[in-house]
Ligand binder design. Sequence first.
Ligand SMILES: Cc1cc2nc3c(=O)[nH]c(=O)nc-3n(C[C@H](O)[C@H](O)[C@H](O)COP(=O)(O)O)c2cc1C
Length: 212
Amino acid sequence: MAYANIAHESLGGETPAATKDQQRYTVRAVDPTGDSTHHDAMQIQTPYAQAVLRRYPESIAIAIARDAAGKHNPITLGWMMLTSHQPPMMAISVGLTRHSLGAIRHAKAFVISLPSVAMADDALFFGTKSGRDMDKIAARGTKTQPATLVDSVLFTDAVANFECTLESEMETGDHVIFAGRVVAAHVHQDPSLGRLYTLGKNYRMGGVTPMP
Ligand SMILES: Cc1cc2nc3c(=O)[nH]c(=O)nc-3n(C[C@H](O)[C@H](O)[C@H](O)COP(=O)(O)O)c2cc1C
């Protein structure tokens, strides 16, 4: 209401049609009546930790980097995104406490693998055990094949694998964002493979039906 008055006065009392429309929008945007039918009232302020749960299900990726001891270490990630078409680039966010952090910095390269539904148990294992304590790929017996341009491996049963060279990193709170340049990409020969998503609480994972 206050906004509408200011707009009206500044035009010397004469209000053109366009300004009346603006007034209507302005009044709605600052409606002080607290009317619960108002569309803004449909949002309830909530602690971040609760609101962010609405993000799920999220798709899962697995990054694989060779650590200083020479083993290929996979980490399950919900936080992965594409960041550029030309050149193709992808970014991942890795916690400061993860063994993978040092492995990626050491290797200056990593593979981003998009797991298939069949890899649900692998993804859970790679996301709950640390390469600090074991060789996760050997422990699971997960099928791999050599990457072509970086010193890493591809997951044979994944929907797709992207070989990345480390381009840059940025520390953001308790995670580090690694941006990688995609230097080679691979897809599974069966295009009908379902991709893996988290679907519920406690990292419950399951697939979604792939698009036709
Ligand atoms: C579904 C799922 C998603 C996860 N997303 C991330 C993530 O985006 N970033 C991260 O740093 N850790 C994430 N984690 C946790 C790591 O995968 C986990 O701490 C892992 O044991 C680290 O392995 P490492 O110590 O060998 O690097 C996720 C775990 C699961 C199960």
